[in-house]
Design a protein around this ligand. Structure first.
Ligand SMILES: [Zn+2]
Length: 179
């Protein structure tokens, strides 16, 4: 299922209303990916590589974040790291809640995969694959076979086409501008 911008706004409104009432919402990977894509679009509008992430736990969206590498001139400013940083300072703990799901538009790189393992994420959902095959999938088998001291469930391909298109369009535009 694909969400339009209007529908995405509606999802946000419903989420905020439910949160204000202290209610939870049923888990919906598509809706969460739409919100992550919205964050990615914001990053793209700032001239950042468009990547966005959302953190979900116990029927609530806790946070969203986007790639901030250029704006902050920060090597580690990937969307997932920004998400964890926000979580750390808002909740005062390095450990994510036990049922936390991190939804991100692009396959996490090795740095972010490591950080999400360290943060004890329960599940990672990503949209499109890293085209250089240099991300999470390199270590997925090791993660799933318990090599690390934490295992995380991995789901890929949620709105894969839209997430990939957003990135390829961004790089196309950038090449065109440089030409
Ligand atoms: Zn990363």
């Amino acid at each position: 299922m694909l969400y339009t911008k209007r529908k995405t706004m509606k999802i946000w409104k419903e989420i905020l209303k439910a949160a204000a009432r202290g209610q939870s919402l049923p888990f919906d990977a598509d809706a969460l990916m739409s919100l992550a894509r919205e964050q990615a679009t914001k990053a793209g509008n700032r001239g950042e590589v468009p990547i966005g992430a959302v953190l979900w736990s116990e029927g609530r969206i806790l946070l969203s974040a986007s790639n901030q590498r250029e704006r902050k001139t920060r090597t580690a400013g990937h969307a997932e790291i920004e998400l964890l940083d926000k979580y750390n300072s808002l909740y005062g703990t390095w450990r994510l809640p036990p049922d936390s799901v991190v939804v991100v538009t692009l396959e996490p790189c090795l740095m972010c995969t490591g950080a999400l393992l360290q943060a004890r994420a329960s599940k990672i959902i990503y949209g499109c694959k890293d085209t250089k095959n240099a991300g999470l999938r390199l270590v997925q088998q090791q993660i799933e076979s318990g090599v690390f001291d934490h295992t995380v469930t991995i789901q890929s391909g949620v709105q894969e086409k839209q997430c990939a298109e957003m990135l390829s369009k961004f790089f196309q535009d950038r090449r065109r501008q440089k030409a």
